[in-house]
Design a protein around this ligand. Structure first.
Ligand code: F6P
Length: 538
């Protein structure tokens, strides 16, 4: 991986000049100039995903200049470094090989001289076995009843991937129920426990480190609750029949009580936010069955292949990354909105927040220098059409530039006459309204307050259907987009040191909340004031 400040490249300067030339060009003009703009600025991937990037303020020149930027940064070497298992997560001395988790052709992934292919395959067999046993009622609870409820205890990457995917693939669910416990706010835990019966439930303690405060506190609470709400319980049965651990810290998981045979690995070459393809995806496999889970992996593998082998002109993750760089670093757009027109995909914005912002929210470059250009955009969003009745007003007439990704399935899983056509008409209409506005020639024909100038950029992603395979394609697409942006930003995308400081300070403050000293004054006046206000009620 070359360490190059992108703003010092020739291509960057050219892009800055180009921005000055194109900034008053409208999307309307771009469409008028090129009658085949849709054909020229859309990529159809296997008829499963259509990526239309024509409604952006970009010309052929823009795209070519952006390609030149990537070439000047020797991006292809960086991609190769990741795929060949080099230690690209340098600050943690790790390879980054989530791609190996979904690869079933290449049996040659080497990490620290070990071939990891067999580990991955063996673990997939274990996921399959556990899934089949639980789904088919072979794995029973301590009273002999089949399992009905799966409770995932985890946070961040040990929660958001399984949450987003199980919801997005709701139409593939079997008879099992899924619950997620992530919060330290006990209301989530207590409300969830109301609905479940210990003897029919499996608790998956999902934590790569097995030290994450939220997860461990909740897991301990559940252990106590389990014992309090069961009778004639043999403690060994509680752990062997009701607790599964997913972690790279087997020692702590075993100290907690989970027997070794119930612990599935997650390797240190898998980042938390890239881990849904690993054992962390067990709840997905449980809810949709291993065959469908495998299809999800297969879709992601197909996208890996596309990303690695496709020509830059046709490479969807690369083009998406460059469009995002264009707005983030040349137009000074602060945010990007993710807007799925699918209720089942409602957690996609939340999932992509972690994927994007935890990866690329950095301000120190790969040579330890402070960065003086923008890195990760702020990711936000919500489903359409709900968003149309809340924040879309700002998208249409506000002062900020907010590039959007609109995502929708052509074929719904549940077809109600009319509903889907109306939904899709809204999906397509929004991108048109944003791009072209009222499209009026004479301003006198319209009340000033109704004027929508248009020129608001968006990508449209049409999925044939939200199948496991297509969802795999989509998620991997965003993973690679974010990786490419990290290469350009010259940052380490696979660590998250910033999160640590908050954890450290909260541990210090916890001590202050728990002790008997009444007037804390060792911090700044605001922190002291907040602690003392809280303690005045204890
Ligand atoms: O938020 C920081 C973080 O380390 C994430 O990167 C990770 O996904 C999450 O915490 C949970 O970590 P763990 O799986 O170790 O509990």
């Amino acid at each position: 991986m070359k360490n190059i400040n992108p703003t010092k490249t020739i291509a960057w300067k050219i892009l800055q000049d180009h921005f000055q030339n194109i900034k008053y060009t409208t999307i309307t003009e771009l469409f008028k100039k090129d009658k085949n703009r849709f054909k020229n600025f859309a990529i159809n991937f296997e008829n499963e995903i259509l990526f239309d990037f024509s409604k952006n303020i970009i010309s052929n020149k823009t795209i070519n200049y952006l390609f030149n930027l990537l070439k000047e940064l020797e991006y292809s070497n960086s991609i190769r470094d990741m795929f060949y298992g080099k230690n690209i997560n340098k600050t943690e001395h790790r390879s980054v090989l989530h791609i190996a988790l979904r690869n079933h052709n290449n049996n040659d992934f080497i990490v620290h001289n070990n071939n990891i292919y067999n580990d991955v395959r063996n673990n997939l067999s274990k996921i399959k076995q556990i899934s089949n046993d639980i789904i088919n009622g072979i794995w029973t609870g301590y009273t002999g009843k089949p399992i009905k409820n799966i409770i995932n205890i985890g946070i961040g990457g040990s929660y958001l991937g399984p949450l987003m995917v199980t919801e997005a693939l709701k139409s593939y669910h079997n008879h099992l129920n899924i619950y997620f416990i992530s919060s330290l706010d006990a209301t989530q835990l207590i409300h969830t426990l109301k609905y479940i019966n210990p003897e029919e439930s499996i608790f998956i303690v999902s934590s790569k480190t097995f030290t994450t405060q939220e997860t461990i506190v909740n897991a301990c609470n559940i252990k106590e609750w389990f014992m309090e709400n069961t009778s004639n319980l043999n403690i060994n049965d509680m752990f062997t029949k009701h607790f599964i651990g997913i972690t790279s810290n087997t020692t702590d998981a075993m100290t907690f009580g989970i027997p070794q045979q119930n612990i599935l690995p997650i390797w240190n070459w898998v980042g938390g936010r890239f881990s849904l393809w690993s054992s962390i995806g067990l709840p997905i496999s449980l809810l949709i069955g291993f065959k469908n889970f495998y299809e999800l992996l297969h879709g992601a593998e197909k996208m890996d292949h596309h990303f690695f082998y496709s020509n830059i002109n046709n490479n969807i993750p690369i083009i998406m990354a460059l469009i995002s760089i264009w707005y983030n670093n040349f137009w000074n757009a602060e945010t990007e909105a993710i807007i799925p027109y699918s209720y089942d995909m409602r957690f996609l914005p939340k999932y992509l927040q972690q994927l994007n912002m935890e990866s690329n929210g950095k301000s120190i470059d790969r040579t330890k220098n402070n960065i003086d250009y923008q890195t990760s955009p702020i990711i936000w969003g919500d489903i359409g059409t709900e968003g149309q009745h809340s924040f879309f007003q700002m998208l249409h007439q506000g002062t900020k530039i907010i590039p959007c990704d609109f995502i929708a399935p052509v074929l719904p899983h549940i077809y109600l006459q009319n509903n889907h056509n109306i939904l899709i008409s809204n999906y397509i209409a929004q991108t048109r309204a944003l791009a072209f506005g009222n499209n009026i020639t004479n301003k006198n024909d319209i009340n000033e307050y109704e004027i929508c100038t248009g020129n608001h950029p968006s990508n449209s992603i049409f999925m044939r259907k939200i199948t496991p395979y297509n969802l795999g394609l989509l998620i991997a697409l965003y993973e690679h987009k974010i990786f490419i942006q990290g290469i350009i930003f010259n940052i380490f995308s696979f660590d998250q040191w910033g999160v640590e400081l908050g954890k450290k300070i909260s541990n210090l403050i916890l001590e202050d909340l728990n002790d008997n000293v009444n007037n804390i004054n060792k911090y700044d006046s605001s922190t002291n004031g907040l602690i003392n206000f809280y303690k005045s009620f204890l």
